[in-house]
Write a protein that binds this ligand. Structure first.
Ligand code: BGC
Length: 466
């Protein structure tokens, strides 16, 4: 990711650039669609194939295994083939995985197809934000990362809606198969994208890089200024692994990135996204229709609350929002656990539980949802950024897999109340970890963060001005 400075007087963003950013952010939509779709499809396919809790967890979590591996391979693929071709591979995997799920004759084929979809999601979650950060001009770069999270939440909501539409017939094959169409649109869209000028410069294709920048920037002067800045920044070669071995300061931010992604997952939001209808069933909503509509409302809350983060992140800063978000989530999880403990018997109790669930989702979407991705892309020093972001993105998927693979087993073994109390405790732990290790990076340049880090400042202070 580049950290060059573009003149502040940039008047407006070229429409072509916005279109390019939108097409790349479509990968976030697919990410969300594939994450969200399984919640509604699971009860139906579990019935058809006669799956027990363990097998259901496997169907959910094999996607995360694929995503972790997809993210791991994306780094080298991206630097060898370029951002565009890697994104194309991701889009093709989305198509193949969706078709495979729709026609899966048995559990094995379904698991293989979900693994391929996971690989696609892993590629998308690494390449799309990277490409966006390289293609978007400095003055809209921050909002692009949050916009990417917004696309994820819209994808999850769209999946919940389509699940609801197909729930009358119980046709899980259509639920999973319909994603083939947006996947094809992504593939066609990515075909029209230009290659990242930064990657072109790294490969010494300077004339091509210039051509792309001329197309994407409003004025020739702007394109030239950026070209020069990229020329400077690509002199710093990516040497992540060597840097990781040699430099203890870089090791600290690599570990912090991994920790941040684990924190995002242990909030419990992911299980709510995967198992929403099941949670509504535990809360006493017996009919499939009630469960599906509840799930749609959960998805809508997730989309809308993401706007709170977009509006507040550069005003309040990252740390206060994170502390608030984790606190809201801890309280909601503890209260939901209590309600499951005493038993949900009346309608009033059912609606109280749902309200708590929606407040929990708001807590996540306004804080850890987008902010963890923002922080992970801000804290790494330039020379190790690809490596650092690969590690944290992989950690997201590994943690996601552990959480997805253990939820039903936890419910079976320690009960719903115990499971929700466990997540409440983990959210409290996240508040403590935020206080101890997370820096405030609002209004500070990436170069400044890097200088503080390399000067050996404690992690929580690397965002202070020099
Ligand atoms: C997280 C996912 C989560 C989603 C919910 C993403 O940032 O990585 O695990 O399910 O947000 O919106």
């Amino acid at each position: 990711m580049t950290t060059h400075v573009i003149p502040q007087s940039v008047p407006h963003t070229n429409r072509q650039t916005l279109l390019v950013c939108f097409l790349a952010a479509l990968a976030g939509l697919l990410f969300g669609l594939d994450m969200g779709v399984i919640a509604g499809a699971l009860p139906f396919l579990a019935k058809e194939f006669g799956l027990n809790s363990h097998q259901q967890e496997m169907v959910v979590s094999v996607m995360m295994l694929g995503a972790a591996l997809g993210a791991l391979c994306s780094g080298p693929l991206c630097s060898r083939l370029g951002r565009k071709k890697t994104l194309l591979i991701g889009a093709a995997l989305f198509v193949v995985g969706s078709v495979g799920c729709a026609f899966a004759p048995d559990l094995q084929m379904l698991v293989i197809s979900r693994f391929l979809l996971g690989a696609a999601v892993g590629v998308a979650s690494f390449v799309a934000p990277l490409y966006l950060s390289e293609i978007a001009p400095e003055h809209i770069r921050g909002s692009m990362i949050s916009l990417y999270q917004l696309m994820i939440t819209i994808g999850i909501l769209a999946a919940f809606l389509s699940d609801t539409a197909f729930s009358h017939s119980g046709n899980w094959r259509w639920m999973l198969g319909i994603i083939t169409f947006p996947a094809l649109i992504l593939f066609a869209g990515v075909m029209t994208l230009p290659e990242s000028p930064r990657w072109l410069m790294m490969k010494n294709k300077n004339a091509l890089a210039q051509k792309v920048l001329m197309l994407l920037r409003s004025t020739e002067a702007e394109a030239h200024a950026e070209l020069e800045a990229i020329r400077e920044s690509v002199k710093i070669t990516q040497r992540g692994w060597q840097l990781f071995r040699a430099n203890s300061n870089f090791r600290r931010t690599t570990y912090l990135g991994v920790l941040l992604q684990f924190m995002q997952q242990v909030t419990g939001m992911t299980v709510i996204m995967y198992y929403a209808p099941k949670i509504f069933a535990i809360a006493g909503f017996a009919s499939t229709e009630q469960q599906m509509w509840g799930t749609v409302i959960a998805g809508l809350t997730n989309v809308l609350a993401t706007f709170i983060a977009i509006g507040l992140v550069d005003r309040w800063g990252r740390k206060p929002i994170l502390k608030l978000g984790f606190s809201v989530m801890a309280v909601c999880m503890a209260l939901m656990g209590y309600m499951f403990f005493i038993g949900i018997t009346s309608l009033a109790q059912q609606y109280t539980a749902v309200t708590l669930l929606l407040i929990f989702i708001t807590g996540f979407a306004m804080s850890a949802g987008p902010l963890i991705w923002v922080l992970c892309s801000e804290i790494q020093p330039l020379a190790g950024r690809d490596f650092g972001v690969t590690c944290s993105t992989m950690a997201n998927w590994i943690a996601n897999m552990i959480i997805g693979a253990t939820f039903l087993t936890l419910i079976d073994n320690v009960g719903s109340a115990g499971t929700f109390w466990l997540y409440a405790g983990l959210n409290v732990l996240c508040i403590i970890l935020t206080l101890l290790f997370v820096p405030e990076t609002k209004n500070i340049s990436l170069e400044n963060i890097e200088k503080n880090l390399m000067a050996g400042l404690p992690l929580r202070s690397i965002g202070s001005s020099l």
